[in-house]
Design a protein around this ligand. Structure first.
Ligand SMILES: Cc1cc2nc3c(=O)[nH]c(=O)nc-3n(C[C@H](O)[C@H](O)[C@H](O)COP(=O)(O)OP(=O)(O)OC[C@H]3O[C@@H](n4cnc5c(N)ncnc54)[C@H](O)[C@@H]3O)c2cc1C
Length: 443
């Protein structure tokens, strides 16, 4: 038989795990697996807060695709269109003209993007917290603001530099806020010009609680811990505008802030608009519990989806509930999907995905955390330790696990690294200056 071609759109939690499993399960006579992603790596997003805080090297919170997917064809590019009625995808490689790739099965896994609102100034001033680039930028930016605050004679400039605003109190927002504050507080010891009390860390959350993934008492504990660290927690409050860095809140308060991080949820990747897959009212690809795409009650043959971009029924709950967008579901769905694709190729029936969300673990900085796993609640050091061991066990590849543990151990003995590499964001500046023709006007 001719090998079936399986096209994987996006090599994130779903795409990488599914491709790995398919390439192990199916022989080259049965299938060839093509993986398309514009990035050369999968980003293990739960480690972004630790990477931003300098506990882990950013390189170690990503997994190189070509190293892990040696039995797959990896294409560095973006899928710009999928015409499933023809079973053809259009791929724009990172260089050169777009090309079409025909397939027998497609795994639609482009994940999600930040869900923003039309708030004046947000587009110009805000930054998300979903990519390794954003995590590295934020780390450099926060440390750079400490330098600015330490040298400026202007109290307004100092206040604005030392005000850090985070919008959205889910686990991404809370972890990012708590880890970065922890890092900045640590760095303060090298700034005799500044006091930790000079910093203002603001969390703006539209609902009455944080961490909706855990019970209310755990959310309340988290707020208490952040308040004890002098953070400014605004529940039931919305960001109304941030034009030119002037933050205006729905409670009437207004202040300048050089840092505005948007972590208020995600929405399915907009690339799905260029496909002919059926979608639900939240723009997610509609799926059966087998992870096959479904249009009404018709199975869309050869189309599979999972992760943040898919509406997968949660069979552990009442009908009408869907799996939450989480790494926990994404990696398990990927495994089930790979097994199901292999089964269908071999003429067998696919099996339903069923997984009861075991809970959440969140780090609130070094040695601080909150966890609720299988109904067991933990706080402080045990929760933080659980967060680390859980995520260390989940990050793909032995290589990454070892590197992450070495990073943690080095930080334990040598203290965390608190140097800003702001030059990374404009590396040619010095060379452009040095290579100016003699007599040319300086720019
Ligand atoms: C800061 C942060 C912390 C988190 N912490 C946790 C946690 O503690 N526990 C938990 O369970 N979950 C956590 N999550 C959520 C979790 O990371 C996501 O639910 C998970 O990554 C979803 O997997 P996915 O495969 O759907 O998408 P992703 O992992 O985002 O992968 C999508 C991939 O598709 C690629 N792509 C996008 N568009 C295209 C295109 N057009 N063509 C080709 N490729 C494309 C992207 O480059 C990316 O590689 C966290 C998320 C964030 C941002």
């Amino acid at each position: 038989m001719n090998p079936k071609r399986i096209l994987v759109v996006g090599a994130g939690h779903v795409g990488l795990y599914a491709a790995l499993r398919l390439s192990k399960k199916l022989s080259s006579r049965e299938a060839e697996v093509i993986v398309v992603d514009p990035q050369p790596h999968m980003t293990y997003q739960p480690f972004l807060p630790e990477a931003a805080a300098g506990n882990i090297s950013p390189r170690h919170s990503v997994v190189p695709l070509r190293r892990e997917l040696r039995r797959c064809t990896v294409v560095a590019g973006t899928v710009t269109r999928v015409e499933h009625d023809r079973k053809v995808a259009t791929v724009q490689p990172i260089v050169g003209p777009a090309r079409e790739i025909a397939y027998d099965h497609v795994i639609v896994a482009p994940g999600s993007v930040s869900r923003t609102l039309p708030i004046p100034g947000l587009h110009e001033q805000g930054i998300g917290f979903k990519t390794i680039g954003e995590a590295i930028y934020l780390r450099n930016h926060v440390l750079d603001r400490l330098d600015v605050a330490a040298v400026t004679p202007d109290p307004e400039v100092r206040r604005s530099a030392l005000t850090f605003t985070f919008v959205g109190g889910g686990y991404a927002g809370i972890e990012a806020l708590a880890e970065m504050e922890d890092m900045a507080r640590d760095a303060m010891r090298y700034y005799p010009e500044l006091k930790p009390e000079d910093m203002r860390w603001v969390l703006v959350e539209a609902t009455q609680r944080v961490l909706p993934e855990v019970d209310r008492d755990m959310g309340a504990y988290t707020v208490q811990q952040l308040l004890k660290r002098n953070m400014d927690i605004r529940l039931d409050t919305r960001l109304e505008s941030c034009v030119d860095g002037v933050v205006k809140l729905s409670d009437g308060d207004s202040f300048r802030s050089d840092t505005i991080v948007w972590t208020a949820g995600v929405k399915p990747s907009p690339m799905l608009d260029a496909t002919d897959f059926p979608r639900d009212d939240r723009r997610r690809v509609t799926c059966l519990p087998t992870l096959q795409v479904v249009d009404g009650d018709r199975v869309v043959e050869g189309a599979w989806s999972a992760g943040d971009c898919a509406a997968v029924p949660d069979l552990t709950k009442e009908p009408g509930n869907f799996c939450s967008p989480s790494a926990q579901h994404a990696v398990r769905q990927a495994a089930r999907m790979a097994d199901n694709i292999a089964a269908v190729i071999r003429g067998r029936e696919p099996v339903n995905y069923k997984h009861k969300h075991v809970g959440s673990v969140a780090s609130l900085g070094l040695h601080k955390g909150v966890a609720q796993v299988y109904g067991v609640k933990m706080t402080g050091w045990p929760a933080w330790f659980m967060h680390r061991t859980y995520h260390m066990s989940r990050i793909p590849s032995f290589n990454r696990k070892v590197r992450v543990v070495v990073d943690w151990s080095l930080a334990f003995f040598l203290k965390r690294e608190v140097v800003a590499l702001g030059q990374l964001h404009d590396p040619r500046e010095e060379f452009v200056e040095a290579s100016q023709p003699v007599g040319a006007p300086r720019v």
